[in-house]
Design a protein around this ligand. Structure first.
Ligand code: FES
Length: 173
């Protein structure tokens, strides 16, 4: 006698389990997608916050220090901010970009000569960044200076070009 083995239809229990696992799988998929989305949002906010991370570095706001720490007639270099903070004899501030206006080499401050000097083609500039000797075609660029709560802050994200120095460029506390 032939035994017909009837295939048993899946029990409700089995069916539930497979549905459950499908559901779990879907849930996991959704979970993974949400995690990805979160990562993306996180990444986007990191990108969004990037300008803040430039604080103190070139391209961002640099806190130079308290007004009183810069005597009149002084020049202080901020290598990371790529500028020199000049305090004129009258007490006004000027942030001078170190990039030579000839072909972009970095100028040095020479205190004994009271000048900025470019080692590439020997341009020189006075205390305010005005050209003393060509080939530089114009004064060194500057960065906006603001004084907040007695602190000198320089915005190295906005280089300002100028032909020559004028008194209005000085910022007073
Ligand atoms: S790059 Fe400064 S003088 Fe030429």
């Amino acid at each position: 006698m032939k035994h017909h083995q009837k295939k048993r239809p899946p029990t409700a229990k089995n069916d539930d389990r497979s549905q459950l696992s499908r559901r779990n799988f879907l849930r996991m998929g959704i979970g993974a997608l949400s995690a990805l989305a979160l990562l993306e949002v996180g990444g986007a906010s990191l990108l969004f916050m990037k300008p803040r991370s430039l604080e103190g570095e070139f391209g961002g706001l640099v806190k130079a220090g308290p007004v009183d720490s810069f005597p009149s007639g002084s020049v202080v270099e901020f290598p990371d901010g790529r500028f020199f903070l000049v305090r004129s004899l009258e007490g006004g501030f000027l942030a001078v970009y170190r990039r030579c206006t000839h072909l972009g080499c970095s100028v040095n401050w020479e205190p004994d000569q009271n000048r900025f000097f470019c080692p590439c083609h020997a341009s020189s500039f006075d205390l305010h960044g005005d050209v003393e000797n060509p080939p530089a075609p114009r004064a060194l660029d500057t960065f906006p200076v603001q004084i907040t709560d007695g602190q000198v802050i320089v915005d190295t994200g906005r280089a300002q070009s100028r032909d020559t120095f004028t008194q209005e460029q000085l910022v007073y506390a």
